[in-house]
Write a new protein. Structure first.
Length: 173
């Protein structure tokens, strides 16, 4: 079932029979003769709603200002939303779809709400990988926990960072 959103009030909700037990203090409203319970629209509540079978979009789509000089493509917004909803994810989008920016926006959003502080960079271009690693390591609250040139090298680290960004040439072979 799809969630109901009230962006004006920053609330997300679904049928009371699914939600009321988990959120007894939720706001109840009746819509079309059926009771619905609404809770604050944040990433934690969206995760919990998803476990109850209520699909709600990631808050990044409605509660993030997409900083920087570029306006994100629709695919970048969808990729960033996917990354914020899945604790470990691979980005295997086609070339030219803006994977790097989508990952950085997802990370920035997660960091802004206290959701992450580590990042693993996987890219087969050593100059790019090192440059982005040095730049990101200088950002407050961020730890680049490892770098790798391809997916098989990830096994050497034994880490589970929140987001992976893989170029198609660096993907598992």
């Amino acid at each position: 079932m799809k969630a109901l959103l009230s962006l004006k009030h920053k609330l997300v909700g679904g049928p009371s029979e699914l939600i009321k037990e988990r959120w007894p203090d939720g706001t109840e409203m009746e819509m079309n003769g059926k009771p619905f319970t609404f809770v604050p629209y944040d990433l934690t509540n969206v995760f919990l709603l998803k476990q109850l079978g209520v699909e709600a979009p990631s808050p990044i789509l409605h509660d993030y200002d997409w900083p920087g000089p570029y306006t994100p493509f629709d695919i970048q917004k969808k990729t960033a939303a996917h990354l914020t909803m899945h604790p470990s994810a691979y980005v295997l989008n086609e070339l030219g779809t803006g994977k790097t920016r989508a990952v950085l926006w997802a990370w920035d959003y997660l960091a802004s709400i206290g959701g992450t502080g580590r990042l693993l960079i996987v890219d087969d271009h050593p100059v790019f990988r090192r440059g982005i690693s040095q730049f990101l390591s200088s950002q407050e609250g961020l730890t680049v926990c490892a770098e790798a040139e391809n997916a098989p090298r990830l096994r050497n680290y034994g880490l589970t960072p929140p987001i992976f960004r893989l170029n198609p040439t660096a993907a598992p072979r």
